[in-house]
Design a protein around this ligand. Structure first.
Ligand code: SAH
Length: 395
């Protein structure tokens, strides 16, 4: 389903009023307003000058933003109106704008989000019976060029800021009606950095966002329920373990360097042995396993010999292997492995004691499944008209 926004509507700017009326213009003090999602107390106090901001008042703002989901400074009802007005002069609270919202037949929701500078990223909510997972983007575009990934066909435009990453989570909670944050029937229970971009090429902003997600008096996600997925930026992996301690997913996708060099070009920089050494050193145990993503590409990485090699490679790593049927996109030359082959591949891994679930593609009717995220809506629209072609590739 495509909610009736077209790119032309957007270009006309008809519904592009900046969130909360914030226009990014310098304030009376000559400095641009600070973003309340990432600014600290001292910074905001300094901006307020003479107007005192006691710590407890600041805590009220934090409560309102992260526990109650307040979207506008004017709705900070625990504050006197005059103080809200002062705050609004020096700071802003904003959400990304929704350019498009698509709802898949399976309940998956994909948002194309428009950031303050007009760039667009995608964000996907995947409901399951026992959890609700939000897949967030960390960059506009990507530098990696993984051959089978749709996002990889788009150049990197820029890194997202921590506030823009957090904005995706807040917006999803708004749309899902998932406030207050501590409600017992939370809909959004897990966050995965598996959207557009390579999170470890934007570590500073990603780690700042993660810290905020984990904050106990805020959104209070458990470390286990926040997963960072990397194509294998080896030197950064240890830092994730030490500094964040969240769940790790690694896009392995091949059991031999010759194959991985081709489909995940980053492998030419950090090969499989180096990558797995970093994984071995990552804090994990049988309750906190590393997820290895393995996209099933017909005739490329799906031989039974590859499956057997994987067993050897993952020896002594508490691992779970997610076998992802390749999600085709218009223009790709890859095909998904036949279902029987995926089953056989999985059976070999299970027989060796490895857990190797075959993932069911979610949201593929709206191009929201793994690797299909691409912000250029033009292409998205074109892809809808190319549906027949997609179906052909999927056969
Ligand atoms: N850059 C990060 C996160 C983004 S991609 C990473 O590489 O891990 C999230 C996952 O989807 C990765 O495992 C990626 O390799 C996989 N993926 C990309 N394109 C895909 C496709 N067309 N079909 C199935 N999985 C895909």
């Amino acid at each position: 389903m495509l909610i009736p926004h077209t790119m032309n509507d957007l270009r006309d700017g008809a519904d592009l009023m900046p969130a909360n009326g914030h226009d990014g213009q310098p304030t009376g003090h000559g400095q641009p307003p600070v973003d309340l999602l990432t600014a600290g107390w001292a910074e905001v106090q300094a901006r307020l000058g003479e107007v005192a901001l006691p710590k407890w008042r600041w805590q009220q703002v934090q409560q309102a933003i992260w526990r109650q989901g307040v979207q506008h400074i004017s709705d900070l009802t625990t504050w006197p109106k005059a103080l809200r007005a002062k705050l609004a002069e020096v700071a802003f609270l904003a959400r990304p704008q929704i350019s498009q919202q698509q709802v898949s037949q399976d309940g998956t929701i994909k948002w194309l989000l428009r950031l303050a500078d007009g760039q667009e990223v995608e964000c996907v909510f995947i409901p399951e019976s026992d959890r609700g997972t939000l897949c967030v983007s960390s960059q506009v575009g990507c530098t990696l060029n993984c051959r089978f990934c749709h996002t990889g066909t788009q150049n990197l435009v820029r890194n997202l800021t921590a506030a823009e990453i957090l904005g995706q989570v807040l917006l999803a909670k708004d749309v899902l009606g998932d406030w207050p944050a501590d409600r017992p029937d939370r809909r959004l229970t897990n966050i995965v950095f598996m959207g557009m971009g390579e999170p470890l090429y934007n570590y500073d902003q990603v780690s700042a966002a993660v810290r905020r997600l984990l904050q106990e008096d805020g959104l209070n996600f458990s470390k286990r329920r926040v997963t960072l997925s990397t194509a294998g930026v080896v030197p950064m992996i240890a830092r994730v373990g030490e500094e964040l301690g969240i769940s790790l997913a690694v896009s392995l996708h091949a059991a031999r360097d010759v194959v991985r060099d081709e489909i995940v070009p980053l492998n030419r920089k950090y090969n499989i042995a180096e990558l797995l050494a970093a994984c071995r050193a990552y804090p994990s145990d049988r309750f906190r396993r590393i997820t290895f993503e393995y996209v099933m590409l017909d005739g490329v990485n799906d031989s039974l010999e590859d499956a057997r090699r994987l067993i050897g490679l993952l020896h002594k790593i508490p691992a779970k292997i997610n076998l992802i049927p390749f999600n085709p996109w218009p223009g790709t030359n890859y095909r998904c492995s036949p279902p029987e082959r995926i089953e056989e591949f999985a059976d070999i891994l299970w027989a060796a004691g490895l857990s190797a679930p075959i993932r069911t593609p979610r949201g593929s009717d709206i191009l929201a499944a793994c690797g299909q995220l691409k912000s250029a809506s033009e292409k998205l629209r074109r892809s809808v008209t190319k549906k027949a072609e997609i179906e052909q590739v999927a056969e």
